[in-house]
Design a binder for this molecule. Structure first.
Ligand SMILES: Cc1cc2nc3c(=O)[nH]c(=O)nc-3n(C[C@H](O)[C@H](O)[C@H](O)COP(=O)(O)OP(=O)(O)OC[C@H]3O[C@@H](n4cnc5c(N)ncnc54)[C@H](O)[C@@H]3O)c2cc1C
Length: 426
């Protein structure tokens, strides 16, 4: 292998390049990026927008120049890939340049989904994914002229943006078509519990409302939902993302929502790999392909792809779906299948609320409110079970759970593989 092409330079692309060099690869690495920024961490954008992080903090791996020098990369910046020709094994750029490759990684991530609203205004509408998105919202907040904001999408991104408006003293409405908060990660009971806490912080919530239009008015925007129209000085769309795969054609790999990959991150085309938010890897709970959309997952997948390119016996079995988020001085942690049915375990201890569903002797879902310390133990216990390792929670992990609000009875229920009926505590 003489030439590797890396398409997109975020977490997945960076980890692949770094790992190729760490593992001793001496050939060329061409990196194609549609920006001239270093690889950035999208999850830090709201922290920058809220002045809780400097610009430099968005780029965890350093400057582009420094990265290119230390990893000996041939960088193609401001060069969006226009076409990946998997038949001739060539990357084509908009300026006509063609770069041949022996192995390629598709790591172009995802972009914010903009709903197909006719005549969507250009001004006063914001999204949150890139450093430039964060800069735009930060500048707007700094102007101090947002009295009322509407955030569409009660997701992990939506809540962080709502928090920005709340902290800046703006009136904020967070709206979603779903019936409760975090519909993809929190069961309705936990979503409602969190909603109450968020409302108590002064954010207005509207559920079951579908966005139908946004238009300019003389002094701002009119945001229409099915039955009502809200006025706003600023609107943020946080309705989800779509993988960046427009450059694939019929010579390219199989795609469901993302590029389908195996446990080596190889696609249906030998020597062509995919990683991160544009790829569809394995959800270890269902065993099915799924876009995972998590920072650490993108990194592991990038490292795995590098190992596989070099012919090493690497394997990344996938991950458990999870969300860990901190907002408005509270935490929400969700693991597993939000639609799971089974025995319910509830545990309350002051503000801490744990809701779990056990199915077929395994924890199928765990929601935790206001207790991030136990999340690592629960995640590793759940993941181990899905990967076929039936060891109980270790004594050390048990101590962490006991010191942080659980007791022996609940731990027994979480570990138990026997049917015990619905269990309600606290
Ligand atoms: C606000 C927010 C909060 C988040 N919070 C969390 C969290 O709490 N925990 C967590 O684990 N994850 C979180 N995430 C998700 C996490 O940031 C992503 O899963 C991760 O960054 C994905 O990395 P990636 O390398 O796949 O993609 P990206 O970081 O999107 O990088 C892909 C790069 O490819 C570029 N590109 C796209 N198309 C082309 C093209 N045609 N040619 C060349 N380059 C191209 C893109 O511009 C981008 O620079 C959050 C994301 C956001 C936006």
């Amino acid at each position: 292998m003489k030439t590797v092409a890396i398409l997109g330079f975020g977490c997945a692309g960076y980890h692949c390049a770094m790992s190729l060099r760490t593992e001793g690869y001496k050939g060329d690495i061409h990196v194609f990026s549609d920006t001239d920024l270093p690889p950035y961490n999208p999850m830090l954008t709201t922290y920058y927008a809220g002045h809780r992080l400097p610009w430099k903090g968005l780029f965890p791996f350093g400057t582009l120049k420094g990265i290119a020098k230390s990893l000996h990369l041939t960088l193609h910046t401001n060069s969006p890939v226009e076409r990946l020709d998997c038949k001739d094994r060539v990357v084509r750029l908009a300026n006509g340049e063609r770069v041949p490759f022996d192995a390629a990684l598709i790591s172009t991530g995802a972009r914010v989904f903009i709903p197909p609203i006719p005549d969507l205004p250009e001004k006063n509408i914001y999204v949150m994914r890139t450093p430039n998105d964060a800069q735009a919202l930060r500048d707007r907040l700094d102007r101090g002229d947002v009295r009322r904001a509407v955030v569409v999408g009660a997701s992990m991104v939506g809540i962080k943006v709502a928090e920005l408006f709340q902290r800046a003293g703006c009136q904020c409405v967070l709206a979603d078509m779903a019936p409760s908060l975090f519909p993809l990660a929190a069961v309705p009971e936990v979503g409602k519990e969190l909603a109450g806490r968020v409302e108590a912080k002064g954010v207005e919530l509207k559920f079951g409302v579908g966005l139908s239009g946004i238009r300019e008015t003389g002094d701002g925007l009119a945001v229409s939902f099915d039955k009502e129209t809200l006025s706003a000085d600023a609107v943020v769309l946080a309705i989800g993302t779509r993988p960046n795969l427009d450059f694939l054609d019929d010579t390219g790999p199989q795609v469901d929502r993302g590029v389908l990959v195996n446990e080596q991150m190889e696609t249906s085309i030998p020597g062509v790999y995919a990683a991160g938010d544009c790829s569809s890897g394995y959800d270890i709970q269902s065993g099915r392909h799924q876009i995972i959309g998590l920072w650490a997952n993108a990194g592991y997948q990038g490292v795995t792809a590098a190992g596989a390119m070099l012919g090493h016996p690497v394997r990344y079995p996938g991950t458990l779906l999870h969300n860990i988020t901190h907002f408005m001085d509270m935490d929400f942690i969700g693991f597993g299948d939000v639609k799971a049915q089974g025995e319910v375990i509830r545990w309350r201890n002051n503000g801490f609320f744990l809701y779990a569903i056990r199915r077929e002797g395994k924890l199928a879902l765990v929601n935790i409110v206001d207790n991030h310390i136990i999340s690592g133990v629960i995640k590793s216990f759940m993941s181990r079970k899905f990967l076929g390792n039936c060891e109980p929670i270790s004594p050390m992990q048990r101590v962490i759970l006991l010191r942080n609000g659980l007791n022996e009875d609940v731990i027994h229920l979480l570990e138990s593989t026997e049917l015990e009926g619905d269990l309600i505590h606290g």
